[in-house]
Design a protein around this ligand. Structure first.
Ligand SMILES: Cc1cc2nc3c(=O)[nH]c(=O)nc-3n(C[C@H](O)[C@H](O)[C@H](O)COP(=O)(O)OP(=O)(O)OC[C@H]3O[C@@H](n4cnc5c(N)ncnc54)[C@H](O)[C@@H]3O)c2cc1C
Length: 382
């Protein structure tokens, strides 16, 4: 198995590294406002780094998934933020490529790539998170198409989004998984109300979305009516698969920052700190090679394999452990608002955000179930 870059990959990496160094300020990691994120996303598109592995007929560069992995590694090293349309680019776009009509593809894919149309994902509801097939948001047939009523929750970027990939129940009499349909809903349609939710860190990146008598046309249905479960599973597979390699790259960059922090405050002679850092490094190497396996599976089959669940599980636990260690080393200087806030409170921010890592994109309990059943082949528990 070849793990290093090919000649082409190494040239691509060098060009990208050079480009990133001119775009992302070096030094202390910074917070990006939504305006800065939009500008950043536009420059990514203009430089040809958005949609690297999307097919060329849909505006992508048609490159193998390895190039997306190189992008993930280099952007993490440079401390670059996510594309503002991270959900559109990595999850909804690939789903539209697979299930969209020609009209949907032509209208939405170029705008997702350029960042002009930002997507959010409206799957979770107050009583449908891990058990997603329990979705109750109802879409009833209407002369205009569908009339939608219900409530979605934890929708990341809904406050910025132009469109939502919405999972709704079209047939309440069908068995749970069968009565669902996916809609591409314009967030500016009358009856859509977005209420930002404040997180532990003080940020408001996710939202409650209330839908009251929202009229959505029939040509906004993505995939066949009643097949929403299959469409949604494609989106979720891309969520775990695409982010897998990004997560290990980010963890690696974060571990480097932890080492810089430990050295800066002179905690490097503490044997407990040294042991913990060494253990995190060993853990990271295990995840990195699991990432390569998931990538090889993606290149071979076009679908991310169940290995991506190991990555998400291992990364989320390691990231919480890493940020907790940073807080322990810094003590009161880690606080956002302390007079001597280290890196303007970067580690406190990261630690509070890391609490959500074991919930978003599938909780650790759900992922352990997937690893047990689909990777290890153990019998189903239910
Ligand atoms: C930062 C963040 C961003 C998010 N962004 C989005 C988004 O953009 N769009 C979206 O649709 N959703 C989003 N979510 C929602 C996320 O997908 C759900 O929170 C997640 O799937 C868990 O669902 P829940 O919160 O309803 O918890 P529940 O499903 O109610 O789970 C509660 C607890 O029970 C456990 N549990 C549940 N079922 C089982 C089982 N079968 N076996 C063992 N344990 C079980 C869970 O592990 C958990 O500990 C986001 C969440 C977070 C934290």
């Amino acid at each position: 198995m070849r793990l290093g870059d090919s000649q082409d990959e190494s040239e691509f990496r060098a060009e990208l590294r050079d480009w990133l160094s001119g775009q992302v300020p070096a030094g202390v990691p910074q917070a990006w406002s939504s305006e800065q994120l939009r500008a950043w996303s536009k420059s990514l598109y203009q430089a040809g780094y958005a949609g690297l592995s999307w097919p060329t007929e849909h505006g992508g560069r048609g490159l193998p998934a390895a190039y997306q992995a190189i992008y993930a590694e280099e952007s993490a090293l440079a401390g670059a933020p996510d594309h503002v349309n991270v959900i559109g680019l990595n999850m909804v776009g690939p789903t539209i490529i697979r299930y969209g009509s020609q009209a949907q593809q032509a209208a939405l894919l170029p705008r997702i790539l350029s960042g002009e149309t930002i997507f959010c994902q409206g799957f979770s509801e107050p009583d449908a998170g891990s058990d997603l097939a329990s979705v109750r948001t109802r879409a009833r047939a209407h002369p205009a198409g569908y009339q939608v009523d219900g409530e979605k929750v934890w929708s990341s970027y809904a406050h910025l989004a132009d469109y939502c990939l919405l999972l709704v129940r079209t047939d309440p009499d069908a068995v749970k998984h069968r009565g669902l349909t996916c809609l591409l809903m314009d967030m500016r349609t009358p009856g859509v109300q977005v209420r930002p939710l404040r997180e532990l860190s003080g940020d408001t990146d996710f939202n409650q979305v209330i839908l009251t008598d929202v009229l959505v046309s029939s040509d906004s249905v993505l995939g066949p009516v009643g097949e929403g479960w299959r469409v949604a599973m494609t989106t979720l597979a891309h969520e775990r698969g695409t982010f897998g390699i990004t997560l290990t790259s980010r963890l690696s960059a974060e571990l480097d920052r932890l080492v810089q922090t430990v050295l800066a405050v002179g905690a490097d002679s503490d044997p407990l700190v040294r042991t913990e850092i060494a253990e995190l490094h060993v853990h990271l190497q295990g995840l990195r090679f699991t990432g390569y396996r998931a990538l090889a599976e993606l290149q071979r089959t076009g679908e991310p394999g169940a290995e991506s669940s190991i990555l998400k599980l291992g990364w989320s636990m390691a990231n919480q452990r890493l940020t907790a260690l940073a807080l322990r080393v810094l003590g009161a200087d880690a606080a956002f608002d302390g007079p001597t806030a280290f890196w303007s409170g970067y580690w406190q921010q990261q630690h509070l955000r890391s609490r959500t890592n074991t919930i978003e994109g599938g909780t650790s309990e759900i992922l352990r179930g997937i690893v047990a059943e689909r990777v290890l082949g153990l019998p189903r528990s239910r």
